[in-house]
Design a binder for this molecule. Structure first.
Ligand code: MEV
Length: 438
């Protein structure tokens, strides 16, 4: 049977579902019911979600959890997290509580600019191109003023435009490399609109530039697009305490804890295989808050991992030291986030999440997200160097296994009590369920 279809996007939602279930599912009614089960009972909310993307057939739920007790720069936050991994919110909450009793987190935004580029080909004399660029630079900015005027009023806009010679990499390849400040907006649409306008002006003006030869006048624009590499949109978060205060884990002394912790971080700094997993744990916290606040986690992921390899080798995003008996643990991370525009004013749960965070500016949100990443990493390293990761992870995963076996409420209560004093493994849970049902 052919599974291609033309004009799919023009079908009504119910016709789309009919086509999907008739084409792909043996139990058509069941497939249809599952899709419909996840529709929102409020038509307006459902329509809003239908219109976020093309070809919406249902909604895809993720749990929205909260991690309370985050003291950040002396303000207490309860942080919203959208994530499916069972132990992440528990680990964040535990780390928050640990540092609440030790002065909390300190965070600062280091820089906030973002980059966009017009990539073009030019076959001619570079000195003449430089001359042309200098003559047209102010016009590039002037002709983008219909795009920039509101952003200018908010204190943002175009910071600079440079001409870059990239001919060592590709023959004839140059860039307009522009720097932007986008205030509380993530700024992707703003930056891309500016770049496309720069490209138009640049090409048109080149055709009129008399110093160019006829062939030099023919600048070929390849593409205009923002960069998700944002090393100058950087935030730092930190915790510190006296080594003696690292005293909550019964089987390890504070000094031993600090030494082992620092060793674990050093390994992630030098060993890429470990660094990737180490940073993945950080992104558990980062992505969950980025998603809950309606931001683009793919952009954040791409930028963060590029930053982690900026020195030519993939490395840890966090670092730790002990100096004069003071344990210090910090993260520096690039985060292009927005608290206006995009989903932030549209998705009801995103609006709620932002209100929970006292309606933060983009800079405040950068700090909160960096702290969530640092806390997550603290929780992971703490477990790894003490009990091992599986104890806490499997404890949280227990409910998933019980649900897989469709355990009743009574069965759940009994087994949760049982596993308070027994090690949770998949086979141990299966055995316990079987024993209980025998
Ligand atoms: C699991 O999602 C994340 C960890 O593997 C992170 C780490 O190893 O640091 C626990």
């Amino acid at each position: 049977m052919s599974k291609s279809i033309s004009g799919f996007s023009k079908l009504s939602k119910s016709k789309k579902i009919d086509w999907i279930v008739n084409t792909y599912f043996s139990n058509k009614e069941e497939a249809k019911n599952i899709l419909k089960q996840y529709w929102n009972s409020n038509d307006n909310i459902q329509q809003l979600h239908d219109e976020f993307i093309e070809n919406t057939i249902s909604n895809f739920y993720l749990p929205l959890g909260v991690a309370p007790n985050f003291l950040i720069n002396d303000t207490l936050y309860t942080i919203p997290m959208a994530i499916e991994e069972s132990s992440v919110v528990a680990a964040a909450s535990k780390a928050a509580k640990f540092w609440l009793d030790r002065g909390g987190f300190k965070a600062e935004v280091i820089s906030t600019t973002k980059i966009g580029q017009v990539h073009f080909l030019y076959k001619g004399n570079f000195e003449t191109l430089k001359l042309f660029f200098e003559s047209v630079k102010s016009k590039l900015i002037f002709e983008a003023r219909h795009i920039t005027k509101n952003m200018d009023k908010r204190g943002g806009g175009i910071v600079s435009i440079e001409l870059k010679d990239k001919t060592e990499d590709i023959t004839g390849y140059y860039q307009l490399h522009a720097t932007f400040e986008t205030q509380d907006a993530m700024g992707a649409n703003f930056i891309n609109s500016c770049l496309e306008q720069f490209a138009n002006t640049f090409k048109m003006e080149a055709e009129r530039f008399e110093t160019f030869t006829e062939s030099e006048k023919n600048i070929e624009i390849v593409m205009s697009i923002l960069s998700n590499y944002v090393p100058d949109c950087l935030v730092r978060a930190e915790v510190s305490c006296n080594v003696n205060e690292l005293n909550e884990d019964p089987d390890i002394s504070p000094k031993e804890f600090a030494d082992k912790f620092i060793q674990a971080i050093k390994i992630a700094e030098v060993e890429p295989y470990r660094a990737v997993t180490h940073n993945k744990g950080i992104m558990n916290g980062v992505d969950a808050v980025v998603l809950a606040t309606g931001n683009d986690f793919r952009a954040v992921e791409a930028g963060v991992h590029a930053y982690a390899s900026r020195k030519g080798k993939y490395s840890s995003l966090t670092h730790a030291t002990v100096d004069d008996g003071i344990f210090k643990f910090w993260i520096e991370i690039p985060l292009a986030l927005g608290t206006v525009g995009g989903l932030t004013g549209l998705h009801p749960l995103v609006k709620l999440s932002l209100e929970l965070l006292y309606k933060p500016s983009a800079k405040e949100l950068m700090k909160i997200v960096a702290v969530a990443g640092l806390a997550q990493n603290f929780g992971a390293i703490r477990s790894l160097i003490t009990t091992g990761i599986q104890q806490g992870h499997m404890k949280m995963h227990l409910m998933n296994i019980l649900n897989q076996f469709e355990a009743s409420s009574n069965e759940k209560d009994t087994l949760i009590a049982h596993f308070k004093t027994h090690v949770v493994t998949h086979s141990a849970v299966v055995e316990a369920i079987e024993n209980l049902r025998r």
